[in-house]
Ligand binder design. Structure first.
Ligand code: FES
Length: 174
C-alpha cells in the first residue's frame, strides 16, 4: 500500500495534460511580454524622447550691441533653450556672432553640422574650422570642405533696447 507522500510524488510527476501545458506556455509568454515591455518602454522613451521633445523658442541677450566691433566675429555664450534638470554647465551653449553693420548681426551655431563638434573661427584665414574631422566653412557659414553636409546653422538675431538677442532653438545636426 502506498503512503500519502508516495502517492503525492507520483501525481506531481504525472505528465501534464495538453491543455495545462498550453495554459502554462501562454502564461509564461504573457509574463515575458510584460517583463519585456517594462524594460523596453523606458529605453525607447530615452532614445526617442529628445527627437520629439519641443524646444521652447526664447530670445537670449548676449551683450550690448555697441560692445561688438563692426566686422568682427566673436564667441558669445547663452543658456540652452531647454536645459535638462541635470544639465549643469552643459546647459550653457554658444554662438559665433558677427556685427555686419551698425544694427546688423549674424549668429552662427558653434556646432558643426556633421556631428556637432564646436567649430572655431580663424580670423586670419576667414574660415570656421571643425577640429573633429577637418570640416571647413567659409565666413558666411557655407561649407568649404570636409564632411559637413550643410552650412552652419544660423540663429535669428535682433537688437532690443540696445541689447543683441539670439533666438534659441534646436540646432539640426547630421
Ligand atoms: S564633427 Fe565637424 S567635421 Fe565631423
Amino acid at each position: 500500500m502506498m503512503s500519502d507522500l508516495e502517492n503525492h510524488a507520483t501525481e506531481s510527476e504525472a505528465p501534464l495534460s495538453p491543455e495545462r501545458r498550453q495554459f502554462l506556455s501562454r502564461l509564461s509568454l504573457g509574463l515575458m511580454g510584460i517583463a519585456a515591455a517594462l524594460v523596453a518602454v523606458p529605453v525607447v522613451g530615452f532614445i526617442i524622447g529628445p527627437l520629439i521633445r519641443k524646444f521652447p523658442v526664447v530670445w537670449r541677450p548676449v551683450g550690448e550691441a555697441e560692445s561688438f566691433p563692426i566686422g568682427k566675429t566673436v564667441r558669445v555664450s547663452f543658456r540652452d533653450p531647454s536645459p535638462l534638470a541635470w544639465a549643469g554647465v552643459t546647459a550653457e551653449t554658444a554662438a559665433w556672432l558677427r556685427r555686419d553693420g551698425t544694427g546688423e548681426f549674424t549668429a552662427f551655431a558653434v556646432n558643426c553640422t556633421h556631428l556637432g563638434c564646436p567649430v572655431r573661427w580663424l580670423p586670419d584665414a576667414d574660415l570656421f574650422m571643425c577640429p573633429c574631422h577637418g570640416g571647413v566653412y567659409y565666413s558666411d557659414g557655407s561649407v568649404a570642405g570636409g564632411p559637413p553636409p550643410r552650412p552652419l546653422f544660423r540663429y535669428p538675431v535682433r537688437v532690443n533696447n540696445g541689447m543683441v538677442e539670439i533666438r534659441t532653438s534646436a540646432v539640426p545636426i547630421g
